[in-house]
Design a protein around this ligand. Structure first.
Ligand code: ZN
Length: 245
């Protein structure tokens, strides 16, 4: 058992030895163990350094869609694990999709002892790619962990360069999680055909479907509730450009 090395009660062993009414000694779990497990889970969550301070309290919504997204994220934490699926934060860069995803898993680790893992999709692919031929076992272990962890964040979907290989890695993970009804949170800058024109300029005229393929896109929509977030900043920039033309 893992105890807090600085615990004054158990001295880090995680156990307290007690004696029952019959004079038999037995070991009881020290109260520091639970908080120690949460600390370890936080370390293992893979939240990148630059997002470590992201909380609900320091997310500052500037429009209705951002207010709504914050509400949905908080409600998700409150309801978990009684949720029907994950969340899919979709919208232009800079609106706080990653911020909200990180705040969700940090809260769930702290409040509900959830085991969660954060991956930037590009990082995940390059980590696995780097193991091919050199350390296949490590690559398989990462794939397995991403497929099986209780809660997974796949950040920046569609940002990776598409090849049959990268598509395969992501499909494997997503399909396995889908089959086993595991909860996944996705974020993407890429939007759908119907929203196409608003973001077309920023996204180089590509849609989510053209980036990740029809099948994967449909699967994700089955697994997660869509949360669209607008960016006021982008709109301003867009309108300014239109006026200049
Ligand atoms: Zn202790």
């Amino acid at each position: 058992m893992i105890g807090d090395p600085n615990c004054p009660i158990c001295g880090g062993t995680g156990f307290i030895i007690e004696v029952d009414d019959n004079g038999n000694s037995f070991a009881r779990r020290c109260s520091c163990v639970e908080s120690q497990i949460k600390k370890i889970n936080m370390k293992l969550s893979g939240i990148p350094e630059r997002y470590l301070s992201c909380e609900f309290d320091n997310y500052n919504p500037i429009n209705d869609s951002q207010k709504e997204a914050l509400m949905i994220a908080k409600k998700f934490v409150e309801d978990y694990p009684s949720v029907t699926g994950g969340l899919f934060f979709q919208g232009p860069s800079g609106v706080g999709k990653t911020h909200l995803s990180v705040a969700i898993i940090k809260n769930l680790i702290k409040k509900k002892g959830v085991r969660a893992r954060f991956y930037d999709v590009r990082d995940l692919i390059s980590i696995i790619q780097a193991t091919i031929g050199t350390d296949n076992e490590k690559g398989n272990k990462i794939l397995l962990e991403a497929s099986q962890i209780e809660l997974l964040v796949l950040d920046d979907l569609g940002a990776h360069r598409i090849s049959s290989y990268t598509e395969d890695i992501i499909s494997k993970i997503i399909n396995k999680r889908y089959n086993e009804k595991r909860i996944t949170i996705f974020t993407s800058n890429y939007v759908d055909e119907k929203d196409f024109y608003e973001y077309a300029e920023e996204l180089n005229e590509e849609t989510l479907e053209s980036r990740i393929g029809y099948r994967l896109r449909s699967r994700i929509f089955e697994m997660a509730k869509l949360v669209k977030i607008d960016g006021e900043d982008f709109r301003k920039k867009y309108l300014k450009n239109v006026i200049q033309i």
